[in-house]
Write a protein that binds this ligand. Structure first.
Ligand code: PSU
Ligand code: MN
Length: 330
């Protein structure tokens, strides 16, 4: 894939000044800047799920849908992406559309943020890069679909040899950037139990709203007990506000199970995941390409039932995040 087709490429890279901190490369939309100045609730949204999570037009509809859920919950949405050496905090509708239809946009995480900014053009921020941008802008709550984590086979491969060591940059970011991330749990393509352990090791609180198990993205249950259980976004906000107020440096993971009517239960999705993971290994898919490949393959194998669950959980997370942001702001 090439980025050449993406609008905005072709500036003289050498003219771009060296940034003086992340804040120096932000372009904050006026509505978001105004809300932040007044202490009104703002919810950050990521852009990788737009470019790599779903095909067009579902991706555009979920990008718009998440923004409307945030607004309905009384907060201001700030979708985050890279464009031409800037981190955009809040996209115009036409920018959402450009991202949703552009081919070959790179996935941007902490390790690839500098390259994306330096090269110009569009970049789609994953959880880690979105957290970095949100924090620099002063946004404390961020909604995504599912968090990245420890991939199955990261430690030991199927033959018993050493594994891929593929552990999402999302986990270390949660350990070092003080933002509350609302998600439907680790994607079940991962090893959920190891992901939860890795978060505990990194000092990241994991709260589940309305469930005693860590949710597993498409499924409401993972079989892994949630380290912390709360009943409502308001109760989550009390812990989140306290944690962020302590300034320990780390963020929090707030998990919300997919709505019951939209879930693909674990018994149903697990064999599909096992097949897709085996196919990816056989095809040599790895690195940043692995998660998008698995999501697309699982969508095919479930005749899009997984996509329906994914779309529903993203909207639901956006709504819950708005409630959390509102409670934090009051
Ligand atoms: N949630 C979704 N779909 C996605 C993602 C989250 O519903 O595609 C993205 C997020 O940007 C997350 C990334 O950071 O998947 C994880 O990718 P990796 O496993 O390569 O770190
Ligand atoms: Mn990875």
């Amino acid at each position: 894939m090439t980025r050449e087709t993406v609008e905005g490429r072709g500036r003289t890279e050498s003219r771009r000044p060296v940034p003086a901190g992340v804040a120096s490369v932000l372009r904050v939309a006026p509505e978001v800047a105004d809300a932040l100045r007044r202490g009104r609730p703002v919810v950050a949204l990521e852009s990788t799920l737009i470019t790599h999570g779903f095909p067009y037009p579902e991706n555009l509809s979920i990008a718009r849908g998440s923004e409307s859920e945030v607004r309905a919950g009384g907060a201001v949405p700030a979708t985050i992406a890279v464009r031409d050496g800037r981190l955009l905090i809040g996209l115009e509708d036409v920018e959402l559309e450009t991202l949703a239809t552009a081919g070959g946009v790179a996935k941007v995480a902490r390790p690839t943020l500098a390259a994306s900014l330096a090269r110009g053009g569009w970049g789609a921020t994953t959880v880690s890069a979105t957290m970095i941008a949100a924090h620099a802008a002063g946004i404390r709550v961020f909604a995504t679909g599912g968090i990245g984590g420890v991939h199955r086979g990261a430690l030991v491969n199927a033959g018993g040899g050493s594994g891929s060591l593929d552990i999402s940059a999302d986990l270390d970011e949660l350990a070092r950037t003080p933002v509350a991330v609302v998600s439907a749990g680790p994607k079940l393509i991962l090893d959920v139990a190891l992901t939860v352990e890795a978060l505990e090791t990194r000092g990241v609180p994991l709260l589940t709203i309305g469930g005693d198990e860590v949710p597993a993205f498409w499924a409401r249950r993972s079989g892994v007990p949630s380290p912390l259980v709360v009943a409502s976004p308001e109760e989550a906000a009390q812990i989140a506000g306290t944690h962020l107020g302590l300034a320990l440096g780390s963020g929090l993971l707030v998990c919300v199970p997919v709505p019951a009517g939209d879930e693909v239960p674990r018994e149903q999705i697990e064999p599909v995941i096992e097949r897709a993971v085996a196919e990816a290994a056989a095809a040599g898919i790895h690195g940043a390409a692995l998660t998008p490949w698995l999501l697309a393959r699982i969508a095919d194998l479930t005749a899009d039932a997984s996509v329906r669950a994914n779309l529903a959980l993203i909207r639901n997370n956006a709504r819950v995040a708005a409630g959390l942001a509102a409670a934090l702001a009051s």
